[in-house]
Write a protein that binds this ligand. Structure first.
Ligand code: SAH
Length: 256
């Protein structure tokens, strides 16, 4: 018996054991005692996590997959959370303890997974796994590149991001239409910002809504003073600003 792939849940099951093992090996397993796998499906990655010196938890929305895991991974039984990762309050199992996150993620909710990670970053020192290649590259890309955007700036404000390797469609069942990419995020030592964090998120999101325009134009809705807007930083386009410059820009706006 195996799980029938459901499109609306983004189910593409990995067939390649070597790649599963390689993904499991991306985390350091240091300085935390728990790892949470999002979307384990039939457990191809889970079984390599269970070999590590760590307590493995999984969160899976699909009842059929949960039944499969319960039947095939007996030692995982009471650490299977049958819930939607995006909605579940992880404090219910981890309290305030740190944990790593890993997965061959459901691609239909990639950005939302990253935004939730940023919300719970206090508890998540490491995050690794597979997205569609384009999203993984976007998260890791630097200023000046085409892929650089909201996901890159917000993630890299708190995490060092590394694109690790590309995975072709042929190793999945059913194969997705696009290449996949594995990345690793390691939280920075200092993951609080020296500026107002809410305002930082707003500045980044508003700035990139019109990525071809100068910040003077794209940040019009923030009602900044003429004096502040005379600053040369507003001559730039959002894709030219590094994470540090976005922080500086937020500080300028804060003190306007
Ligand atoms: N890790 C498995 C399955 C990957 S497919 C493998 O590599 O083979 C993505 C998995 O995420 C599916 O099992 C799907 O049911 C699950 N999933 C989709 N949306 C989810 C959500 N919101 N919360 C938790 N799991 C989810």
């Amino acid at each position: 018996m195996s799980v029938k792939a459901k499109k609306h849940l983004g189910q593409h099951f990995l067939k390649d054991e070597n790649i599963a093992r390689k993904i499991a090996d991306t985390l350091s397993y240091k300085n935390y005692n728990h790892v949470l796998e999002i979307g384990p499906g039939m457990g191809v990655l889970t079984k390599y996590l269970l070999e590590k010196d760590i307590t493995t938890h999984v969160i899976e929305i699909d009842t059929e997959s949960v039944d499969y895991l319960k039947a095939n991974y007996l030692n995982l039984a009471d650490r299977i959370i049958e819930q939607d990762f995006l909605k579940y309050n992880l404090k219910d199992i981890f309290n305030d303890e740190p944990f790593a996150i890993i997965g061959n993620f459901p691609y239909n909710i990639s950005s939302q997974i990253v935004f939730k990670l940023l919300e719970i970053r206090q508890q998540v020192p490491e995050f690794s796994g597979m997205f569609q290649k384009e999203v993984a590259m976007r998260i890791c890309s630097k200023e000046g590149s085409k892929a650089y955007g909201i996901l890159s700036v917000l993630t890299q404000a708190f995490y060092n991001a590394n694109y690790l390797f590309t995975v072709p469609p042929s190793v999945f069942n059913p194969p997705p239409k696009v290449d996949s990419g594995v990345l690793l995020l390691k939280r920075k030592d200092n993951y609080t910002l020296p500026c107002d964090e809410k305002l930082f998120f707003k500045v980044v999101k508003t700035g990139f809504q019109q990525r071809r325009k100068t910040l003077r134009n794209s940040l019009k809705t923030l009602n900044l003073s003429d004096n502040l807007k005379a600053n040369v930083i507003f001559d730039k386009r959002p894709e030219q600003l590094s994470v540090l410059e976005f922080i500086e820009l937020t500080l300028l706006i804060e003190n306007d």
